[in-house]
Design a protein around this ligand. Sequence first.
Ligand SMILES: N[C@@H](CCC(=O)N[C@@H](CS)C(=O)NCC(=O)O)C(=O)O
Length: 218
Amino acid sequence: MTIVLYGMDISPPVRSCQLVLQALNLPYKYENVNLLQGEHHTEAYLKKNPQHTVPLLDDDGLCIWDSHAIVCYLVDKYAESDGLYPKDLAKRALVNQRMFFEATILYMALRNISVPYFYNNVSIVPKEKVDNVRAGYEHLENFIADNSYVTGDSLTVADFCCAATVSSLAAVLDLDPLRYPKTTQWLARISELPYYEEANGLGAQKYIKILKPVLTTE
Ligand SMILES: N[C@@H](CCC(=O)N[C@@H](CS)C(=O)NCC(=O)O)C(=O)O
């Protein structure tokens, strides 16, 4: 069995897959793909992922991309219990909802700022894009409410997807603990996981270190 994860350590969706791989204690090979040098546009990579994104998982020839599809697949296929991605339909629907929120609202708020910078050197972030980040924080704060995790009282893949992005959003707008106390406490809780630093923390810090000094928010 050979699981290969193609990625770049600063990428939030790559880090969410690393969190899940580590949570499941799955051995895997990591292949670095340097997006800034166009390594995701080689013929070999496009054959595996015509959408040319990272992360990409190659599980013995089965290629899956989009972090959300990857993390669900990993739990369904390899986990000893369904805790991280419950089989119960109502519970699974809630996990899916949080993940689709992360994919379409939270992560897109960041991507719509990072892509113009990385590919076109656009460093001025207009107010409406900062507002999108703020709206993401606000939704998450409401979702978490008085729970320990984003779907209730247990850790799921949705926490990993949201944490990978939230821990990177400080590149644009700090997570203010007074405005977003629940989200701050939740992120601190996730950060205590023994594999957090290696799987996500270091990459998130690197991401913030690159972007924060160069972005100017309006
Ligand atoms: N929804 C996707 C987003 C993946 C994504 O946009 N990854 C970025 C890096 S953070 C990327 O590969 N960008 C290069 C490209 O789109 O060509 C996921 O969750 O995997």
